[in-house]
Design a protein. Structure first.
Length: 258
């Protein structure tokens, strides 16, 4: 049924694994849509009490949106891509059951945004986090400008977003970007342990906690629309063409500011 993700239900937990290991689990639009459909499919499934999202392999959770796919997008296609990313991540954020990102390696760009849309994040020691979009001449397009500031505060988020630097797992823990750092063999067990504890609580109370916490941030929802428009507009800029071309040609980008 799905082509880019693997899904399984075991002991009341729904597992979603991004299955594009050779591309470091980069999120093309099909992957985003499949994750969205998978999450929506368990909203009303009473046999599922929690969700774990991870990436296939040991190197990457997701190394971002699929640069090869979007490199030639125009403004309209870029805007649609951002809208689909927002819709997928909103479906995760609004899932009435707890969703945990099991971050098994790089979580960059859209990969970090995907992890941030989950309710909790557990990562391995060698995980790396970053929003490197500025290196490509673009901004984050999947609510990274919104959720990063919510999770780690405005000043730290701005530094992260403007430098495009990667941070390691322990720095992510200190900043509050992740909840726990564990060894690779403990990654899924730690997520399962958290969900097993939450499973003993009243499902309606858990769904309500998620709704209420989300409600606080919804009144600031305008930022999401601004981000979608700004992201789309980059697809008409020369710096964006140069940034994506440079990545695909494995060379540094030379930006001119237009
Ligand atoms: N989109 C599309 N393909 C990607 C990708 C992405 N975001 N990230 C990695 N890949 C592909 C590479 O092009 C490469 O494919 P190839 O083998 O066909 O050439 C493969 O995944 C392996 O990546 P590679 O760059 O060779 O691995 P590395 O170990 O040298 O570097 C990273 C790892 C994560 C540092 C590097 O892949 C990277 O910087 N990725 C892009 C991160 C990014 O800018 N994300 C934001 C996008 S908006």
């Amino acid at each position: 049924m799905y082509h880019t993700i693997l899904t399984e239900i075991k002991a009341q937990i729904f597992y979603i694994t991004i299955n594009r290991e050779d591309k470091l689990n980069a999120l093309n639009i099909q992957t985003l849509t499949e994750i969205k459909n998978a999450i929506l499919s368990i909203y009303n499934n009473h046999d599922v009490r929690g969700v774990i999202i991870t990436g296939k392999g040991t190197k990457a959770f997701a190394a971002g949106a699929d640069i090869a796919e979007f490199a030639n997008f125009n403004v309209e296609e870029g805007t649609r891509m951002s809208e689909e990313g927002h819709a997928t991540l909103r479906a995760i954020d609004h899932c009435p059951k707890p969703v945990i990102a099991a971050v098994n390696g790089f979580a960059l760009g859209g990969g970090n945004e995907l992890a941030m849309s989950c309710h909790l994040r557990v990562c391995v020691e060698k995980a790396r986090f970053g929003q490197p979009e500025v290196n490509l001449g673009i901004t984050p397009g999947y609510a990274g400008t919104q959720r990063l500031a919510q999770l780690i505060g405005k000043g730290r988020a701005l530094e992260f977003l403007m430098t495009g630097d990667m941070i390691d797992a322990n720095t992510a823990l200190q900043l509050g970007l992740v909840n726990h750092v564990v060894s690779p063999d403990q990654l899924i067990p730690k997520c399962e342990e958290i969900l097993d504890k939450i499973k003993t609580k009243a499902p309606m109370a858990i769904a309500s906690v998620i709704r209420c916490v989300n409600a606080y941030y919804e009144k600031r929802a305008d930022g999401n629309n601004i981000e979608i428009n700004e992201f789309g507009n980059f697809f008409g800029s020369e710096d964006f063409i140069e940034g994506t071309k440079a990545f695909l040609e494995k060379r540094p980008a030379h930006f001119r500011g237009n």
